[in-house]
Design a protein around this ligand. Structure first.
Ligand code: SF4
Length: 227
């Protein structure tokens, strides 16, 4: 996109600090059902689901955990079976060797350092093997202790299109979002972008014609602009 066009578009929509609240309000109204798509019944299941969700779809994880969580109910259960058995049980989520190693490592630390309970703080979650920042952010947010903003592929794409960041690196994108999104919305905001990204602002050709953010978005397609 030519630079003049980009700066024209940015001028048209105004500064991000003024746009962020209407963006959040409109997305909230458009996607009242925007919540985490993984199925879980407790904190341990949440942690395991999020760990399994790397490089695969939430639907796929839910299919596997439906049976997995009947068999593995406590951290000890993941350590009580032979490695190969757990690998088999999570095979369909892909990267099953690495995920098995991470889950067993995390369960060991949960038992040794946290009395078998899933911690809520980001720093404590990051001490679990195989738990990187994104996983820790998702778990902490779902447990009501959002200390950051989850950045996945949808959050990255929409944040860029909406002119909320110019960065590519997830850590820098998160920092840009933290500066503009009110703290009370840190947990909800990624879900709103993820659902909007799946339903409307899809990767290839966004459906700007049916988007509630068209007048707030510098990347809106010119042929659908009002006036
Ligand atoms: S106006 Fe278009 S590019 Fe902007 S958020 Fe909506 S669908 Fe995405």
């Amino acid at each position: 996109m030519p630079r003049t066009f980009v700066s024209e578009a940015r001028k048209r929509v105004g500064p991000k600090k003024q746009r962020i609240l209407p963006i959040i309000e409109r997305l909230r109204a458009a996607h009242p059902d925007a919540t985490i798509a993984l199925h879980f019944r407790n904190e341990l299941e949440l942690l395991v689901s999020v760990m399994l969700s790397a490089q695969t779809t939430d639907v796929n994880v839910n299919r596997v955990t439906e049976h997995l969580f009947e068999k593995y109910r406590r951290p000890e259960d993941y350590l009580a079976v032979p490695v190969e058995e757990l690998e088999r049980d999570i095979y369909a989520t892909g990267f099953y060797r690495q995920k098995t190693r991470s889950i067993r490592g995390a369960m060991r630390v949960l038992l040794e350092e946290f009395d078998g309970e899933v911690p809520r703080g980001l720093d404590e979650l990051l001490r679990l093997p195989g738990v990187a920042r994104k996983t820790a952010n998702v778990v902490a947010s779902e447990l009501g202790h959002a200390q950051g903003i989850v950045v996945d592929t949808h959050v990255r794409r929409l944040s860029q299109r909406l002119g909320l960041t110019r960065n590519e690196d997830p850590v820098k994108i998160e920092r840009d979002l933290q500066r503009v999104v009110p703290r009370a919305d840190w947990a909800r905001f990624p879900h709103l972008l993820i659902w909007h990204g799946r339903r409307v602002c899809v990767a290839r050709r966004p459906h700007c014609e049916s988007c509630v953010l068209v007048d707030l978005c510098p990347a809106a397609r010119i042929d659908v602009m009002p006036g």
